[in-house]
Design a protein. Structure first.
Length: 276
């Protein structure tokens, strides 16, 4: 079993801010217990805006991600693929294999391929296709192959067709709510411009720092409500036992991928230091 004090967690999202919003809680858990975290964005995020050019948005999103990395001590890598154009190509797969091998993660978290966004689906496919090849020395021979198989988890989502998320691991991340909100706060082009514009709510966005962090808190709590369902709550109660809260406010849910190392929910509970 992996040493719980030295976990190396790699979250691979499609866009800058995907990892923060979906994995930020367990990332903080790992960091506070002495582990290492790397966030990877498979695209540069240069399409998510209603006013900026792709070139300007690319530069801005790089700066936003850099602020997260600096404040929280997270390693951050952004692959130079244009937003909304990501493909499961050999070039992208080889680049991702090299990134994974260089960081040597114990746990990889990524999107399911059952998702509304083409970039999310293709990011999940890239990780799936890379998973076995991580240990094949003649693939990407410039990067030493891993001698072990990482655990692979899928980020929580609420999509139902063709398959719902199987919530093998549900983590109460309320203690990290403020930290997650501050991560999202740094992605101002998204949370205070692009997403509110999509929702027709630009006029409601606060202008002061504390108001904006509270805006992000509410966004995260709403996302947790969206993820809640009978299966998620049942899994939560099974994992936390007597320590399960009557009301679960902020959560992250994960499905174990069969493409990674074999692991049980109980082993994951121990890995992330969840008390019983």
């Amino acid at each position: 079993m992996i040493n719980r004090q030295n976990i190396r967690l790699m979250a691979i999202g499609a866009h800058p801010d995907d990892c923060e919003s979906k994995v930020g809680g367990i990332a903080m858990n790992v960091l506070q217990r002495g582990g290492k975290v790397m966030f990877v964005s498979a695209t540069n995020g240069n399409a998510g805006h209603h006013e900026l050019t792709r070139e300007d948005l690319k530069a801005r999103r790089f700066q936003e991600a850099s602020k997260v990395a600096e404040e929280f001590g997270i390693l951050y890598r952004i692959m130079d693929n244009d937003d909304c154009t990501l493909q499961n190509t050999l070039k992208n797969r080889d680049e991702l294999i090299s990134l994974i091998r260089s960081f040597r993660p114990d746990v990889i978290v990524t999107h399911r391929i059952n998702d509304y966004h083409t970039d999310h689906r293709n990011t999940g496919l890239l990780v799936q296709d890379a998973s076995f090849l991580l240990r094949v020395p003649l693939v990407c021979p410039q990067s030493p192959a891993l001698e072990y198989e990482p655990i692979i988890l899928y980020m929580g989502d609420g999509f139902k067709k063709p398959n719902r998320l199987q919530p093998d691991m549900v983590v109460d991340v309320e203690e990290y709510l403020d930290a997650k909100a501050k991560m999202l706060y740094h992605h101002d082009s998204q949370f205070f411009e692009w997403l509110p514009w999509l929702d027709g709510a630009l006029d409601k966005v606060p202008h002061d720092r504390e108001g904006r962090i509270e805006w992000c808190r509410r966004w995260l709590l709403a996302r947790s409500e969206y993820l809640k369902g009978p299966q998620v709550l049942q899994s939560y109660r099974m994992i936390y036992g007597d320590k399960a809260k009557e009301t679960l406010r902020c959560l992250e849910a994960f499905e174990i991928s069969e493409y990674g190392a074999s692991v049980t929910p109980e082993e994951l509970r121990q890995l992330f230091g969840i008390p019983v």
